[in-house]
Design a protein around this ligand. Structure first.
Ligand code: 5AD
Ligand code: SF4
Length: 460
């Protein structure tokens, strides 16, 4: 574990201040998962610390940073497209600094492509280079040349990075980094490195700061939160960490993601049941409903084991809802195997599904597997899956009509005078209320459900 010494940043701040007549502005965009969004908040924190303002318009920026995601090819294509579009901005403003960081730049092939085909990109650094950003910027400003770092194997836990959070009432709290599971389709273990957990004392300290600052929803993040604690000197697991955090007084609730089914235990469910601060919702990505495909995916559980945990949770936590990730069209997945996924979805009755067509990622084991089905076959299967899921979610939502829920009020709905609130199960309800309640809890009676769009009113 590392505590970074930010004292060198005073030199960087001086170089930055000397390079601009007015305080420079940075535009930072994060693609992909919450972990990446949280990294983006740290990038903004580090930049604010060395004198940058943060803006939300590309045209106003002196520095543009794209914090990228590599999990699917589509995400990478989008980034390359958006980077390409920056060429014109750079032509109009040659002093503009363009940087690319995050998971994509942990791949040498991407760094090579940026070097060769995107000459207007000035800075490249990987997922663990956030603390080096001030020095990189200072060097760029002083020497003017491009600084493209090759992917590093620097996978330590860095504490006390400045952070500028996007919300004043919902916060991301990473508890571990990296992944050791090597699911055969997934690039994450290659770009984010080995699993390492933060010390519980560091997590608790950040948690306390968040609660004291009035944060209501705190989401614990990790690629596999259930393996929290492995490799630490202290004797603690994820349930133990939840218990430690739930002992804190305050007005808050806790979410967590992602739970790998192979490591999710009845003890985790018991811990959720015992603590009302933990949302009665479990995101438990199953990926597919066929034991053969699960084995090929290297997931280490069977459909039966998965369903028995879901049943246990349904028994122990009345009203619990579930969400999941599904991959459609894994190499060699047959029609029958796909139908087993539909069966599983009908059995669990998920409130929400995050569905993905399999995307081939270079360097992963699945990339070498024969993949006889066409993209068209796979999109047709996806449409069938969504139809089944939409029907289930709409039915579950209709079942909520007439019930009152505590929601966290998040913001304005499109309709004038209406606000939005988030339920435990992640659905959004719209209701009329004073905007002063944004960021607070409210009790809302659900009166109507069209598909999964809920309408309600403040409960009496
Ligand atoms: N293709 C499609 N989906 C993928 N995921 C991860 N890798 C791939 C891939 N190569 C999905 C999984 C995972 C989620 C975060 O992204 O469903 O749970
Ligand atoms: Fe990827 Fe599997 Fe790790 Fe999740 S658990 S990040 S899907 S390798």
């Amino acid at each position: 574990m590392n505590r970074i010494d930010f004292s060198h940043d005073t030199q960087a701040a001086a170089v930055i201040a000397a390079s601009y007549d007015t305080p420079p502005m940075a535009y930072v965009h994060s693609y992909g998962c919450q972990q990446n969004v949280n990294d983006g908040e740290k990038i903004k924190g580090v930049l604010s610390d060395v004198g940058f303002g943060i803006c939300d318009k590309l045209e106003e920026a002196d520095l543009i940073l794209f914090n990228t995601c590599a999990v699917r090819e589509h995400a990478e294509d989008r980034v390359f497209g958006n980077v390409g579009a920056l060429k014109q901005l750079k032509a109009a403003n040659p002093r503009l600094i363009i940087g690319i960081c995050g998971c994509m730049t942990q791949q040498q092939s991407v760094v090579d492509k940026l070097r060769k085909s995107y000459p207007f990109v000035d800075l490249v650094f990987g997922v663990n280079g956030i603390d080096t950003l001030p020095a990189l910027l200072a060097e760029k400003l002083q020497k003017g040349r491009r600084l493209l770092q090759t992917p590093t194997e620097r996978y330590d836990v860095v504490e006390e990075v400045p952070i500028r959070r996007d919300s004043t009432f919902r916060a991301w709290l990473p508890i571990m980094y990296g992944c050791d599971n090597f699911c055969s389709y997934c690039i994450v273990p290659y770009v984010r490195g080995r699993e390492r957990s933060r010390k519980s004392a560091d997590i608790l300290a950040e948690f306390r700061q968040l609660v004291a600052a009035g944060y209501k929803e705190i989401t614990l993040l990790g690629q596999n939160v259930n393996s929290y604690g492995k490799g630490l000197e202290e004797d603690i697991d994820f349930s133990g960490l939840l218990e430690l955090l739930c002992a804190e007084e305050g007005d808050y609730h806790i979410r967590f993601m992602t739970s790998h089914p192979k490591d999710a235990t009845p003890r985790l469910i018991d811990t959720m049941a015992a603590h009302p601060q933990i949302c009665r919702h479990l995101h438990l990505p199953v990926q597919c409903g066929s034991d053969r495909v699960l084995a090929e995916m290297n997931r280490h559980y069977t459909v039966e084991q998965y369903l028995s945990l879901i049943d246990y949770a349904k028994q122990k936590i009345p009203g619990i809802t579930f969400s999941s990730d599904i991959i459609v069209g894994f190499p060699g997945e047959t029609e029958e195997e796909f139908e087993q996924t539909l069966d599983l979805i009908r059995k669990v009755e998920y409130m929400q599904l995050f569905t993905f067509i399999y995307s081939k990622r270079g360097g992963t084991r699945a990339a070498t597997m024969p993949d006889p089905y066409t993209h068209k076959d796979k999109t047709a299967r996806m449409a069938r899956l969504l139809e089944v899921q939409d029907e289930i979610a709409a039915r579950l939502a209709r079942g909520m009509v007439g019930q009152t829920f505590r929601v966290l009020v998040e913001g304005h709905a499109r309709q004038e005078g209406m606000l939005t609130g988030r339920l435990d199960n992640n659905l959004i309800v719209e209701f009329a209320a004073d905007p002063a309640c944004i960021g607070q809890y409210a009790e809302v009676l659900v009166e109507d459900a069209r598909a999964t769009v809920l309408k309600g009113r403040l409960a009496d």
